[in-house]
Design a protein. Structure first.
Length: 309
């Protein structure tokens, strides 16, 4: 039988983590599951406290927590990988974020998709739930829409650990610390790893049925956050391009898109009075600016600030 280690990185989100763990406890599954929490908050250690509390209350699955003292998302992910690969019985590592809740058949759908398509990496759908009313101008923004593909099946690439299942042998082939710790607080280390796996010939699939729901706090439903998220995505996408191609080839390949995004974003924003459309169009300009920053080696550390609770 497959043994799945469900790894959750957490930092200063005890309420979100508890919501995640409650959803895992409700899984309609006969798989062999084990839950591992990696707490990246060395001072408050709220994630450790949540795990201790639910464990003493008789949690459904075996559960434990580890502390990763040095801040950084890839450091926490690498700690989860090390724990997974340290147990020869673990066949897969599943990852969720601490602001997500899994649907009852989530893990069964992930494993079924991996088996059906002989996939090394499976990504799943992410719905969005707002923790406060959303302004009308912001509601249509692409960054607030569900992450879905319409159907399950093989895909070229999965680019996020927000809802993912990875086969242990495929992870082991990527080295002892597969997530790039130079991207500690920038984001993007998941996309970099999966693009490396893609180049190494590993297979990817998508499960539309393996649904999780992300809780989006009001602090992320602002023009500033939406624009800076676009900037960060542009920056980390370019960091990944530089990693694979070097600065010069990345520059030559992306220059037309940078110029096009900057021009259409700036002009489009000027030509509309609709706030929502203006923010979306400015997002193209910010993403182009982020790509320039990524080329130049500037790092915007979006994840230094934790949103939500």
């Amino acid at each position: 039988m497959d043994k799945i280690l469900i790894g959750i990185a957490t930092c200063n989100r005890p309420q979100g983590l508890l919501r995640t763990l409650e959803s895992i406890a409700r899984q309609d599954s006969r798989l062999q599951l084990e839950i591992l929490i990696a707490d990246n908050d060395a001072s408050r250690q709220e994630g450790m406290a949540v795990v201790e509390r639910v464990a003493t209350q008789g949690y459904r699955w075996p559960i434990r927590a580890i502390l990763v003292e040095e801040r950084g998302i890839p450091r926490v992910r690498n700690a989860l990988v090390a724990q997974a690969l340290g147990d020869p019985a673990v066949t897969h590592l599943a990852m969720l974020d601490d602001d997500e809740a899994a649907s009852p058949r989530w893990i069964e759908a992930m494993v079924a998709t991996a088996r059906q398509w002989n996939a090394d990496v499976v990504g799943g759908a992410v719905l969005r739930e707002m923790d406060a009313p959303v302004p009308a101008w912001a509601a249509p923004h692409p960054l607030l829409q569900p992450k879905k593909r319409g159907q399950s099946g093989p895909v070229e690439l999965v680019d996020s650990t927000a809802n993912v299942l990875i086969a242990a042998p495929a992870l082991r082939a990527m080295g002892a610390a597969p997530f790039d710790e130079r991207m500690a607080l920038t984001g993007g280390s998941d996309k970099q790893l999966f693009s490396r796996m893609q180049r190494a010939g590993h297979r990817f699939a998508w499960s539309e049925e393996a649904v999780v729901t992300e809780l989006i706090p009001a602090s992320r439903v602002t023009a500033k956050w939406l624009l800076m998220r676009g900037y960060r995505i542009g920056m980390t996408d370019m960091m990944v391009e530089r990693f694979h191609k070097g600065r010069v080839r990345a520059l030559l390949g992306e220059t037309p898109r940078i110029l096009g995004g900057a021009a259409s974003g700036a002009l489009g924003a000027v030509l509309t009075l609709d706030r929502g459309k203006r923010v979306q169009r400015l997002g193209r300009l910010y993403r182009a600016a982020g790509k320039i920053a990524g080329l130049a080696g500037f790092h915007y550390e979006e994840y230094r600030k934790v949103h939500g609770a």
